[in-house]
Structures are given as C-alpha cells and as structure tokens.
Write a protein that binds this ligand. Structure first.
Ligand code: ADP
Ligand code: ZN
Length: 707
C-alpha cells in the first residue's frame, strides 16, 4: 500500500517526496480511516485526497465551495492524465448529464461538486449507484457558524456519513483555530478522525513592514523596481478608489497593473483575473475581495498599502505569495491614517457590539505586530499558537535590527498596574491610572490609592498605548476577546516583573531599510541564464495556449529552474525533474528538450564565433595583448580562446608562449600531480610559486592535457 501511494506521487505527479504530514494522511485514508487536516495555504492539501482517490478503488468525491478553484484543479488533473470532472451551476445540461453517466459507469477517478448540489436527493441517488473511494470536504471551516465563511449547506454534509458509513472522509482547511476545529469535528461527525495539524510557517516568505505616512507609494515603487521588476504580484488596498489610483499610476510607470474590486463590472473583473493567471508579470491591485480561490503558485510578492484588519487577514493575504516554495516577499507600508480609517469603519459598522469589540482587539494585535522589534515570524506563528524556537533570519527585523530602548521599567509599571487593578480593565482605564487621572471611575474603584497611580507621567497616552500594544503582541499581556477587552497577565511576564529580564521596545523613529536585491528565484546576473529562462517561459506559454490552461499548470517556475540547472538532454533525465510525471513527460518533454538543446547549440555557436575571430587576428600576426586591445576584451579571454585553438590543434603551443622544453615538462608534471579532473589552475599556480601566470598555464594545460 505504501508503495502504491509513493508510486502515484512519483509517476503521476512527478514529485519525489511527500511533504509535511502528507504521507501519513494519505495512508490514513487508504486504510479507510477519517482525517481532519489543518495545513497552511500552499502546504499541499490537494494531494492528501487526490492520491488516495487514485490508489483506492472507486471515485473520489470532492466537495468544494469555490467554483473557480474546482475548474482549475480539474484542468490540472487532466494535464496529469487523470480522469477528473466537476459538477456545478456553470455546466450546461448536456455536459452535466454526460458527467453523471461517467460517474455511474466508474470512468471518473475524481469528481468535484459544490456543496449545495451534493445534498440534493437527485445527487444522493446518483451516489448510491456509484462506487465511491472517499469524500473530501475542502474548506471545512465553512461549517463553522462562528467563522466568517459559514455555509449552511456544509451542515447538511453529515448525511454523507449517515448514508455512506463505510466511505472514508477527509476534511481540510487552512484557517481554523481550536474552536473551529472542534466545530468541524462535531458538526461533520468526524469524532473518530485523526487530526493532522501542520506548522503554519511559510519559511520562503520574507515579512517586511515599513512605517510610511505620505510616501507609501514611492516606497512601493522602489520596492517593485528594485526587487520585482518582472514578477507577478498582488497589491492590497483598503478602498476601491485607491485600488484604481494605484493601478493607473503603476501602469504609467510601465508595469502591467490591473485593478480588481467588487465595484467593477463582472466582465472587467473576469478579464483582469484571467490575465493575472495566464500572463506573466501581471500585478493585480485589489481590495481584499481578490484572492479567495486563486491558486497561482508563482506570485512573487504581496504588498499591503493598508494595514490588514487582523492577523488572520494578514496571514491569509500574504500567504498567497510563494505557494511554489520559492522566495517571495510580503511587504507592507502602513501609516497612522490606516489605523484611524479602520477604526472609523469599525465604529460606524452596524455589527453587534460584541462583534465590534472582537474586531477591535484583532486590529490592536495587528498593530502590535507592526511595532515589534523581534522576529516577525516568531510573533506571527505565536499568534496561531505555534512556537518557533529561533529567530527566522528572513524578516525585516531579523535582517536589519531595529533601534530599541530599554522599556523594562515602563513595562513593569504597566504590568503591575494590570495586576494591582485586578486584571479586569482595558487599556484606556489602565492608562488613566498610570498617568494619574483622578476621574470618577478611578476614584470609584479606589485606584487613586494604589502605588501604581500616577507612576507613568513620563509618557503620554499615545506612548503608553504603543507600550501596551507591544506587550500584548509579545504575549506578556493577553486580551480577553469575549469579555470587555480587559487585560490579564500571561506567565512570561513574571520574569519582567521580577526584573530578571530586560525588555527592549521599538523606537518610534523611522528607519531606512536598505533594499535587498537578489531575491529572484533564479540568477539574473548571468545573461546566458536569462536567455534560457526566457526561452523556457516562451515554450511554456506556447504549450499553455495550446492546451488552454494557465502556464503554471504546464510547469511551475521551480521546474523550469531545475531545467536551467540540470540541462536535461533526454526523456530519462527530464523525468528526474521535480514536477514531471509520466503524463507531462509524454506531453511536453520534447518541446522543452528542443528549447534546451537549441539554447546550448546557440551558446556553442557563440563561443565558436568569438574564438574564430581571435584566431583570425592571431594568424594575421597580432599577439594576445594586441588582439585584446583591438577587440576590446580582456587579455585573459583572448588567452582562453587561444588555449581553445591549441586544444583543437589549430595552432601550436610554442606559437603562443615562449617556454623552454624543460619548463613545459615541469608544468606538465605539476599538472599531472594535482589533476583531479576539475582542471583547476589555482593549485598548479600555487605549487609553482606563481612563477608562471594563469594565461601560460592555461595554454600548456590545453596542449598537454586535452579534455
Ligand atoms: P493547498 O491546497 O494546501 O493550498 P496545494 O495542494 O495547491 O496547496 O499545493 C500547493 C503546491 O505545492 C501545488 O502546486 C502542489 O503541486 C505542490 N506540492 C504539493 N505537494 C507536493 C510535494 N509532495 N512535492 C512537491 N510539490 C508539492
Ligand atoms: Zn525573523
């Protein structure tokens, strides 16, 4: 059984190893067990049900609420030579009927359906006539009434278990706190399911946040120009108007930047989304409405021009970058204005008080996150109850340490104020006590008699607010979300209170962060690489158009990069590439191999041309220095050309260098004694105490030790 799954992974999907807990999840299903899977976006949830669907007998039924995603997944599976289909409201009657026939006759390996269809009696009777391998419930958090994506149809999915008790089920989600997980378990009757909770870390994403008031736009432009000139990206803004302004402005600067928000006509949205998926280097400027169900793996950056309203939103939106595992940036510029706008939006919202309070605290936590001076990833993961032992080295605070101040005493004051007032009050009240406001409320509780009363005069309310936010974001203080926003102490704060640990907080002054180049997934310094990269992308684009799928469905960037590295010459070598399975080998290998070999030939031709030119000049009587001057290239390069000609037998060694027989012998012996096949000259040069320069050594090597 184990072999069957691995075989399928390698031969059908073309991947060499399972990721994270994929292997265990797949085995659980293959052995007819149920599973609940919590895995971050891009973690590889799909394979968890796709492989068992293929390995087990019968058709895998996948319930997914996102129609666009269904379509893409089925197209991708078909590319792999897998017989998959979907049923949803976009199909005409005839296609639907055909798909239903295929289902009953057992032709389909996987069928994707929308939840509202699944629970109809017609469809259930269809399923009764079908051999089913498993049920996969994607986006399982939609079953939670507590969350924002609640779908009533999901509640009815329990009938799967009632009607088909023997069919294994897998529920998957990327967004679920413990409460939602418990709900998934109960509402879907998955009480015996094994739970698989993966780390939410996305190590390839570099988190960067800069404070910017009026200059956010310029900062954005600099960021894109310096680091993502030819990349796909998403820029999030809060308002529709800002979306359109930024898109227009970037277009003016020469980028392909398209707007996307709910106020645009459906046809415009569709076109822009289509271009984003199918063209290269398209930037989408969007409100948060964009992204749900978009699975483009090669988004190289996500930029926020406004503060997201919660850590969940930040994680989800930035998570759309770098799903292919290659380096990606999550960049954000925020200003005080954002905070005010968001707060106003919340204040004027018609939501219930309790809901508003929750939202408000989520925003405070998000704010705290922007201010921290320690590793962003540690803090982000901590928010999702996960511990990262060491600072990540791949966030702005790790890369460029922030200026800090010793806030130990201030923190002690704040923390004791929380403690002395009984851990029952919110930030505003605590600040009143600290700054000695003897208003009625303070008096009523008798807190003007406390030792902490009026001990914090050195800071104003705004500064205290920042201190409190940072204490919350570092988990020293906790906010009671369902109560009235009161703060209470968390265990780690004891060290601070006892003075065993100093606490450094971020200085509010601005810092200039050096922009970082070289975060490209491939090395652009090398012109040859660039040419091949472009050739491979052109090849991919052509195949994508022929097959009517987005380019990434043909191959990911990661696979193209491996082609550049390994330069496969035949089918066998091509199959070794990650992302190449048997179906794609058969369909695409020839085109790509042709592109690679053409490129190599061009390179060889170019080499031949330039060598010939030097040879011609040499024959006309010029020496290496003169040729170099004439051709405006380095003397060393000319010598390498001449060495090439010596090796080919076009010219003789003694025509180029003036050496005695004895000297040549000494060099030859040294070459032999050091030879390890790598043809490195430095050890030879060193062994001869630098007596002969590299150019001479190179020519002798060409004469006496041909490749
Ligand atoms: P999720 O649904 O969890 O967001 P996907 O299932 O879409 O993630 O997987 C994200 C990407 O990772 C896909 O492009 C997929 O092909 C790739 N992937 C998944 N599992 C593996 C693996 N074991 N090896 C290599 N790539 C994988
Ligand atoms: Zn870090």
């Amino acid at each position: 059984m184990e072999d069957a799954a691995l075989n399928c992974l390698q031969n059908t999907f073309g991947y060499s190893d399972f990721r994270l807990q994929q292997s265990e999840i797949v085995q659980t299903l293959i052995n007819a067990g149920d599973a609940i899977v919590l895995m971050p976006t891009g973690g590889g949830k799909s394979l968890c049900y796709q492989i068992p669907s293929l390995v087990r007998d019968g058709t895998g039924i996948i319930i997914s609420p996102l129609i666009a995603l269904m379509h893409d997944q089925v197209a991708a599976l078909q590319q792999l030579g897998i017989n998959a289909a979907f049923l949803n409201s976009t199909l005409d009657a005839q296609t639907s009927r055909q798909t239903e026939d295929d289902l009953i006759s057992g032709k389909l390996e996987m069928l994707y359906v929308a939840p509202e269809r699944l629970t109809t009696s017609g469809f259930i009777s269809l399923l009764n006539r079908t051999n089913i391998s498993l049920f996969a419930i994607d986006e399982a958090h939609c079953v939670s009434q507590w969350g924002h994506d609640f779908r009533p149809d999901y509640i009815r999915l329990t009938l799967l278990h009632e009607q088909f008790p023997d069919v294994p089920r897998i529920a998957l989600t990327a967004t679920a706190d413990e409460k939602t997980r418990t709900e998934i378990k109960h509402r879907l009757q998955l009480n015996d399911a094994r739970e698989f909770i993966s780390s939410f870390d996305r190590p390839n994403i570099c988190y960067r946040i800069t404070e910017a008031q009026s200059n956010a736009r310029t900062a954005l432009l600099r960021f894109i120009q310096n680091e993502h000139e030819n990349d796909t990206g998403i820029i999030y803004c809060l308002s529709r108007k800002k979306v359109e302004t930024i898109a227009a402005w970037l277009s003016e600067k020469g980028f392909t930047a398209l707007p996307y928000h709910a106020g645009l006509p459906a046809s415009t949205r569709e076109t822009n989304q289509h271009r984003f998926l199918n063209e290269e280097a398209v930037i989408i400027v969007a409100t948060i409405a964009f992204g749900m169900g978009i699975d483009k793996p090669d988004v190289r950056f996500v930029a926020h021009l406004n503060l997201p309203k919660s850590m969940e939103a930040y994680y989800q939106e930035t998570g759309r970058a770098g799903r292919d595992g290659l380096p990606a940036n999550a960049w954000m510029a925020y200003g005080l204005k954002d905070v005010i706008t968001l707060k106003q939006m919340m204040a004027t919202s018609t939501a219930e008080e309790q809901y508003k309070r929750v939202e408000h605290h989520k925003l405070e936590t998000m704010l705290g996150f922007t201010e921290i001076t320690t590793c962003r990833r540690q803090s982000l993961l901590n928010y999702f109850d996960e511990t990262l032992e060491d600072p990540c080295g791949n966030c702005d605070n790790c890369i460029t340490p922030v200026e800090t101040w010793d806030a130990t005493v201030a923190a002690q004051k704040a923390l004791s104020c929380v403690h002395r007032t009984g851990q029952r009050f919110g930030v505003n009240y605590l600040i009143d006590v600290l700054t000695g406001k003897d208003n009625d409320r303070v008096k009523q509780f008798g807190h003007d008699n406390l030792s902490v009363f009026n001990v914090g005069k050195e800071f104003d309310a705004k500064q205290w607010r920042s201190i409190f936010r940072q204490l919350i974001s570092r988990n020293l203080l906790a906010v009671d979300l369902e109560g009235h926003g009161s703060l209470h102490l968390n265990e780690p704060c004891r060290e601070i209170l006892r003075g065993e640990k100093t606490l450094l907080l971020r200085k509010e002054s601005k810092r200039e962060k050096s922009s970082r180049k070289g975060r490209k997934p491939y090395n652009t310094d090398n012109a040859d690489n660039n040419l091949l990269w472009e050739a491979l992308r052109v090849c991919r684009k052509k195949l994508a158009e022929e097959n009517d799928v987005p380019p990434f469905v043909i191959f990911h960037d990661a696979t193209l990069m491996e082609m550049m590295e390994r330069l496969p010459e035949n089918h066998q070598q091509f199959l070794q590439l990650n992302g190449v399975g048997e179906s794609k080998l058969e369909k695409y290998a020839d085109e790509f191999l042709k592109a690679i070999s053409e490129h190599s030939n061009n390179m060889k031709q170019d080499v031949t041309d330039t060598v010939n030119e030097s040879l011609m000049l040499f024959r006309s009587g010029m020496d290496a220095d003169a040729i170099a001057a004439q051709r405006n290239i380095k003397t060393t390069t000319v010598y390498s050309h001449l060495a090439n000609c010596i090796e080919q037998g076009e010219i003789k060694l003694n025509e180029v260098v003036d050496l005695a027989e004895q000297e040549i012998n000494v060099i030859h012996e040294t070459l032999l004694s050091i030879d390890d096949g790598a043809r490195k000259l430095k050890p030879v040069y060193d062994a001869l105490d630098g007596m002969y320069d590299y150019n001479i050594l190179r020519c002798v090597q060409a004469a006496v030790m041909p490749t």
